[in-house]
Each structure stands twice: as structure tokens, then as C-alpha cells.
Write a protein that binds this ligand. Structure first.
Ligand code: NI
Length: 393
């Protein structure tokens, strides 16, 4: 096994300069032209054949090991956010109103460093590494668009890895969940259709306001009565619109809201009960319902076997580290979930905050910045994880 930590530390200036360059020149989702150009330049310099322009600005490349084995995909996201930077850093954004406030500048620099190290060790590598530099992670579906463009095929991907620098925890902490780690989200719109009429003569109408009230109350029974007490889900009705005046029963009510779940079985159960509850309560109240349910992102769920390999690699590389094997869970969502939904793998968090240096603002905050000493640590862990996952097959 190569000494990835020592090697990654010897590349510190390379990784840092890339990261700072990306940070100074942030680009929004699907506009990462400059960033993708630098990714392409660095991979080409290694002698890799690159595939640019995937789903707009995505870039892929293969590192083929000398030994046969599985194909493992390793992903970094490249996009920034529409935020006015307030860090005051020397490398602060020069693109007004756009900021790398989630650490994706670090992710891209880390994966380029990983590519450099794995390429140098390709003679020992038992399998193939597919590098995935994706656009538009921030709610714009960049991962899905790359999947639609065929990133998981030719060659077919067997395993996948991704990481996120995590400023809620200090450098030295690793969150490597054995299962679910980030929530899946659905958005719903419900229309309850009744029969309008005079407010003084309700018996001539079918009141959708009363039906909607019953539906909202009944929906809370799903989490309370259909989800096991040690599992989790959220059903939130967040808007409700009906009627124009005090003495008219309106013909319809519209409600919107969101559902959050982790386990696929819980999601299926909650969606089924949602459907039944809305339709049957509406029916019982003499109304009918139309439901428009859209999936925003699936839950991010790790493959336990792959997660165990990454946990072991973290403990080997960083004997003093706080490796959190518990199901470290956040309600945020992450579009790498779409890859993990199709390919067994592991998405892990690398603690990146340093409160003593004032580098602990949260993700998406105008003062967000992380301690750059995390860069080689993350690159080393990712490289070691790739080797271990391929070697363990
Ligand atoms: Ni992010």
C-alpha cells in the first residue's frame, strides 16, 4: 500500500494553489467552464484521456490499473453558490455575488490530487478508477444529468466514493456512516376539490376547507403510527390556500409541503400512506383529491461493506482521529445520492473546521472557510479508500 498521507502532504502546495484558484474564480452550476477547463488541463497533463462537456461542464477520465478488477467511480462537485463572500481572505471571490461557500473548490482540488497519486501508482492498482467532476450539485441535479449522459456505463461502474468537507466538525473528525446519512426529499402539491356554495348553507356544498383540515391532521398520523419508533420521517404541510371571502365555501383548496425520509422502505410506506390518507379522507368528506408528488433527491445511503473499508482506512491513516462509525445523519440533501441509489458505495464527511483560526462558519454562510490542512488528509483518505475497496474484492 502506497504511503498516501506522506505523498499527499508533499503535494500540499499543488492542492492548495488549485483550491485557492477555484475559490477566487467561483462559478455557478452548469457555468463551471473555467473550473472544468483547469480540471481538463490537469488531467491531460497526467497523460489521461479526458471526456469534457458531459451534462454541460462535467468531465470524466479513466485511470486504468495494471491489474484487473472492479471499476470504482470517484466524484467531486465543482459548483459555487450565489452568495456575496465576506471572508476577507486573500483568495476571496473575484466574481461578485458568487462564492465557494460549501467547499466544492476543495473537493475539486482534492480529486485532482487523488488522480495524480492514483495515476502514479497505476501499476499497483487492482482495477479501474473513473473520475467524475460534476457540475451543479447545489439543487440543480448535476449528478442526475451526468447519469443520464451515461457516466455509470462504459465501463460499467461497480463501486462509488465521494466526500464532503464538513465544517460542523473539526479537522481530525471523520463521519463515515454505515447506512443512511442524508435525507431524501419529496415535494408535494395537493388539491382538494369539493363543491362551493353559500357559507350559510353548507348542506348544499361539499366543503374542501373542512376536508383539508381533516387531511392535515390525519397526515400527522403517518409519522406517529406508520413509521417505526426508531426510524424517522417528516411530513410537513407548509402552505394552504383557499377561498376569497367570509361567506363563500370555496370549490377547492391547495396545499404544498415536503416529505423527508432516509430508508427506502420507510419512504415507500410513507408515500403509500400519504396517498391513501389524502384520497380516502377527501372521499369521506364528500370531496376528491389530486396529488402531485415530485422527488427532489433520494436519501444518501451508504453500502455498509464499502463504508467499513473506508472506516478502516481512516483509522489506519489517522490513528488519533475521531472516526465516527455511528449513523451520523444530517437533514441536508446531496445529489451524489442518485449515484449511491444505483451503485454500492460510500459518501463520507471529513471534518474541516478550526475554531481557533476562526475557520468554523457553517456551509453556505458568507464567512464559510475551512482549514486547508484538511486537503492532503482528505486526498490521502480518498486514495487509500480507492485502493482498499478495489483490493478487497
Ligand atoms: Ni456541498
Amino acid at each position: 500500500m502506497p504511503e498516501f498521507l506522506t505523498e499527499a502532504e508533499s503535494f500540499f502546495e499543488y492542492t492548495q494553489s488549485l483550491r485557492r484558484d477555484f475559490h477566487t474564480h467561483p462559478e455557478l452550476g452548469f457555468q463551471e467552464v473555467r473550473t472544468a477547463g483547469i480540471v481538463a488541463r490537469e488531467l491531460t497533463a497526467l497523460g489521461l484521456e479526458i471526456h469534457p462537456g458531459i451534462a454541460g461542464t462535467g468531465v470524466t477520465a479513466l485511470i486504468e490499473g495494471a491489474k484487473p478488477g472492479l471499476v470504482i467511480l470517484v466524484r467531486a462537485d465543482m459548483d459555487a453558490l450565489p452568495i456575496v463572500e465576506e471572508t476577507g481572505a486573500v483568495y476571496a471571490s473575484q466574481n461578485p455575488g458568487v462564492m465557494h461557500a460549501c467547499g466544492h473548490d476543495g473537493h475539486t482540488a482534492i480529486l485532482l490530487t487523488v488522480a495524480r497519486m492514483l495515476h502514479a501508482h497505476r501499476n499497483e492498482l487492482p482495477g479501474t478508477v473513473k473520475l467524475m467532476f460534476q457540475p451543479a450539485e447545489e439543487g440543480m441535479g448535476g449528478a442526475d444529468k451526468m447519469i443520464d449522459a451515461g457516466v455509470l456505463e462504459n465501463p460499467k461502474v461497480d463501486r462509488c466514493l465521494g466526500l464532503h468537507l464538513w465544517n460542523e466538525k473539526p479537522v481530525g473528525w471523520f463521519g463515515i456512516s454505515n447506512g443512511p446519512l442524508m435525507a431524501g426529499a419529496e415535494i408535494f402539491k395537493v388539491r382538494v376539490i369539493g363543491k362551493g356554495g353559500h357559507g350559510a348553507s353548507p348542506h348544499f356544498s361539499a366543503d374542501p376547507v373542512l376536508a383539508a383540515a381533516q387531511i392535515i391532521s390525519a397526515l400527522q398520523g403517518i409519522v406517529a403510527r406508520n413509521v417505526a419508533p426508531l426510524q424517522t420521517a417528516v411530513v410537513s404541510v407548509c402552505t394552504i390556500h383557499a377561498g376569497e371571502t367570509f361567506n363563500v365555501i370555496p370549490p377547492a383548496v391547495e396545499m404544498t409541503g415536503t416529505i423527508r425520509t432516509f430508508e427506502p422502505e420507510v419512504r415507500t410506506r410513507v408515500l403509500q400512506r400519504f396517498d391513501e390518507t389524502v384520497n380516502l379522507v377527501a372521499q369521506a368528506m364528500g370531496c376528491r383529491a389530486e396529488i402531485d408528488m415530485q422527488r427532489l433527491t433520494p436519501a444518501t445511503v451508504n453500502h455498509p461493506g464499502t463504508a467499513a473499508v473506508v472506516q478502516a482506512a481512516a483509522r489506519r491513516l489517522f490513528p488519533d482521529a475521531d472516526v465516527d462509525p455511528a449513523n451520523y445523519v444530517t437533514m441536508g440533501s446531496e445529489d451524489f445520492a442518485s449515484v449511491l441509489d444505483r451503485v454500492p458505495g460510500c459518501f463520507f464527511f471529513v471534518g474541516s473546521a478550526n475554531p481557533e483560526k476562526g475557520l468554523d462558519a457553517g456551509h453556505h454562510h458568507p464567512k464559510f472557510d475551512f482549514d486547508e490542512i484538511v486537503l492532503p488528509r482528505a486526498a490521502a483518505l480518498m486514495s487509500a479508500a480507492v485502493f482498499d475497496v478495489l483490493s478487497n474484492q
